[in-house]
Ligand binder design. Structure first.
Ligand code: AMP
Length: 399
């Protein structure tokens, strides 16, 4: 049985997640997480099969984190000599990177030029990529961009109605994020339905701590809810999603907040957390709703209202859809969210089967009633597998 193992990295500001995945069998050979990078005491967890190993150590920077990862593979396997390539999740590709790209110095330079567009995400990506290339110089490294799936948005979807010259000068437009997940899930929907991806239209709801929705026409993304940054669109765990842009100037005037403070407010302490006094996890919010907490109920209602409005608008843009799918932490696990959304949308052809909706299987599955005009699905996302596949495709191996 041939194998095509790929090491994938997702470097966040204070963490490094990694997996070795065999793209042929989709088997995960190892998975790991380095946490609290940059803090006095960090930790690594490395899992292979049933075995879990942990290391506690100071991890001052991403280079140290990567050294620990390589050492973990040496100590506990699998042998990294087997991997054919390393794939890196890269958050913002701007207008330049529209597809998975083999990394060389010019790509690093390009990512560095894009730091202004993604000041929180691109720097740890770059540091992680550089450290990984030093640690594993013998194999190609590929950057897979969160924005790439949305490179197909038509101009009327990605253009903001602001001064054209200013927008062009600074690359101000909608880019979209979570593309790897939207691409994976839309493909999986086609597989589950036994249809050709190019033959039907669908809406994908990626509802995790971050949340976004996409309209996919024959496999091609034509609209999405995130923008220049991952802030707009749906209500999220700690991000506001859509808000009147006038709020920025108003807050500056009435509350004396500067742009950094407004950015922090809208990204870190808004969304469900802002509405509930700090709860961003839907399990906690559900428990509060069950206790009769009106703030938690309002937060839930705002979340559903926004989501229903987006689905309705994408339905209109596509002129009808065949499938609606839910993915990521909330989308895969929270049957109340799915029920509440579909209750509102039933008159438009989204009819849930309550029993199927209540099942938790961890598998892709249809949850709509047999007579539902639109097929509704839960599809667990697998960004790591999608990343590994894109990496293999970029280096020209067919698996
Ligand atoms: P993600 O960003 O995809 O990892 O999603 C994380 C979010 O998923 C958490 O903040 C929770 O709100 C939500 N979540 C995870 N597990 C559950 C669950 N069993 N029920 C409801 N929500 C969940």
């Amino acid at each position: 049985m041939p194998t095509t193992p790929v090491l994938v990295f997702n470097c966040g500001s204070s963490s490094v997640k990694y997996q070795v995945i065999d793209v042929d069998s989709e088997a995960v050979w190892a998975t790991g997480l380095v946490e609290r990078v940059g803090e006095p005491q960090g930790g690594l967890t490395h899992r292979t099969g049933e075995r879990t190993e942990t290391v506690e150590a100071p991890i001052p920077d991403h280079a140290t984190a990567l050294e620990l990862v390589v050492q973990a593979f040496r100590d506990w396997g699998p042998d990294l000599g087997q991997v054919v390539a390393v794939g890196h999740r890269a958050v913002h590709g701007g207008e330049r990177f529209r597809a998975p790209t083999i990394i060389d110095q010019s790509v690093i330079d390009g990512l560095t030029e894009l730091i202004g567009l993604a000041p929180l995400h691109n720097p740890p990506n770059i540091i992680g990529i550089q450290a990984a290339r030093r640690a594993l110089p013998q194999v190609p490294h590929v950057a897979v961009f969160d924005t790439a799936f949305f490179a197909t948005l038509p101009p009327e979807a990605h253009t903001y109605a602001i001064d054209r010259q200013l927008a062009l000068a600074h690359g101000i437009r909608k880019y979209g994020f979570h593309g790897t997940s939207h691409a994976y899930v839309s493909g999986k929907v086609a597989q589950v339905l036994g249809r050709d991806l190019g033959d039907f239209d669908q809406i994908v709801c990626h509802l995790g701590n971050g949340a976004s929705i996409s309209a996919v026409q024959g496999g091609v993304a034509v609209e999405t809810s995130m923008g220049l940054t991952p802030l707009p669109g749906l209500v999220m765990g700690t991000r506001s999603g859509d808000i009147d842009p006038g709020v920025f100037a108003y807050l500056a005037r009435v509350a004396g907040l500067d742009s950094g403070q407004v950015d922090e407010l809208l990204n870190k302490s808004s969304g469900m957390a802002g509405l509930t006094g700090g709860l961003s996890d839907f399990r906690d919010i559900r428990a509060r709703i069950d206790q009769g907490d009106p703030d938690a109920q309002l937060a839930f209602d705002v979340y559903i209202h926004r989501l229903v409005a987006y689905i309705g608008s994408y339905l209109a843009l596509l002129g009808g859809v065949d499938a609606l799918s839910f993915t990521a932490g909330v989308g895969e696990n929270d049957s109340f969210v799915r029920q509440a959304v579909c209750d509102r949308l039933a008159p438009l052809g989204f009819v849930l089967d309550p029993q199927a909706n209540a099942v938790r299987s961890g598998q892709p599955r249809v949850i709509s009633a047999s007579q539902s005009p639109v097929t509704i699905l839960v599809v667990p996302t697998n960004e790591e597998l999608a990343l590994a596949r894109d990496t293999v495709a970029a280096i020209g191996i067919r698996s």
